[in-house]
Design a protein around this ligand. Structure first.
Ligand code: ZN
Length: 305
């Protein structure tokens, strides 16, 4: 780790705070009235670890969780983490349109106002990385609500999501999500990938952090950080050894459960040893060349909306 990387924030840690049943492969399979959502046992040990390591992160929170666990969200804010929006119900953008997405953002903001009134979110992550050229209308809706950046683009095309060929570092996206447009309403910070020749390897967290060999992930992250800020994501349910195992197909079981619990804890701790993580808004403001308070001063655009 160079002194430069220690002094300039270049790495961000993001936590998508949701229940295990919000995951796309599970959300229609769980009877919520009967199941324990395990949000607290999955999240509290993570907050303890971040406190112990003096690491502040960005928590993209599902709005339902704010209404269900206001004390948890107040603790997250009190410990200096950034609070961003992960929708209100965790429905992906491809299930929404401008009106229903607008309603999701309003519900999220109302939940924050009820329980953590001094927080104005500036960052958004779409459930299931569902931002693509088909759903790019969402960026203008976000801008109208006062959001300053989005982090919802996955750098390879997968069966569910992703935009092949997008830039590696934060950019102002054109409608095709690949080219840059200085007039774009907000910044896009795509998930971090290691680009070697024709290959793009997502080394950004979640399933990929659980499944790829750790030496490859670290090599990729150290290569990527030379070119621009990197961002890691994970879910508290991926750290929870007690996350309920539902009967899924072999493929979906692998995607959802492989290496959750202790192996994921070990990998997170290795990442915390290697990088000086900061909240995304702070890293992005540094890249843009202004203080985060200048670039990310709360807008309160929704009052006029
Ligand atoms: Zn999510």
């Amino acid at each position: 780790m160079s002194g430069y990387l220690r002094s300039v924030p270049q790495a961000a840690l993001s936590i998508d705070l949701e229940s295990y049943w919000h995951a796309e492969l599970l959300r229609r399979r769980v009877d919520r009235s009967k199941a324990d959502d395990r949000v607290l046992p999955a999240t509290l040990p993570l907050l303890d670890l971040l406190l112990e390591r003096k690491v502040r992160a960005t928590f993209f929170i599902v709005g339902e969780i704010i209404d269900e666990y206001p004390a948890l969200v107040r603790r997250i804010a009190a410990e200096g983490h950034e609070i961003g929006c992960h929708g209100y119900t965790h429905r992906p953008l491809w299930d929404l349109d401008e009106a229903t997405f607008n309603a999701e953002l309003s519900l999220f903001r109302a939940a924050l106002r009820r329980h953590v009134p001094n927080i104005t979110p500036v960052g958004f992550r779409a459930p299931t990385f569902s931002l693509s050229p088909d759903t790019v209308w969402a960026l203008a809706v976000l801008a109208r609500h006062g959001y300053r950046y989005d982090s919802s683009v996955f750098p390879i095309r997968t069966p569910l999501y992703g935009v092949a060929g997008c830039p590696a570092a934060p950019y102002r996206p054109a409608a095709n999500m690949v080219d840059e447009d200085p007039a774009a309403p907000i910044w896009e910070w795509p998930m971090t990938a290691w680009r070697i020749g024709p290959l793009t390897i997502p080394v950004c967290g979640g399933f990929y952090l659980r499944v790829l060999p750790m030496p490859l992930i670290l090599r990729g992250l150290h290569a990527a950080v030379e070119r621009g800020p990197i961002v890691i994501y994970l879910h508290p349910w991926e750290l929870d050894t007690e996350t309920p195992r539902l009967p899924l197909s072999l493929r979906d079981r692998f995607i959802t459960y492989h290496n959750i619990g202790k192996p994921m804890w070990r990998r997170l701790k290795i990442l915390l040893d290697q990088f000086d993580f900061k909240p995304m808004a702070e890293v992005l403001a540094n890249k843009i060349g202004a203080s985060s308070s200048q670039v990310f001063a709360p807008l309160d655009a929704m009052d006029e909306w």
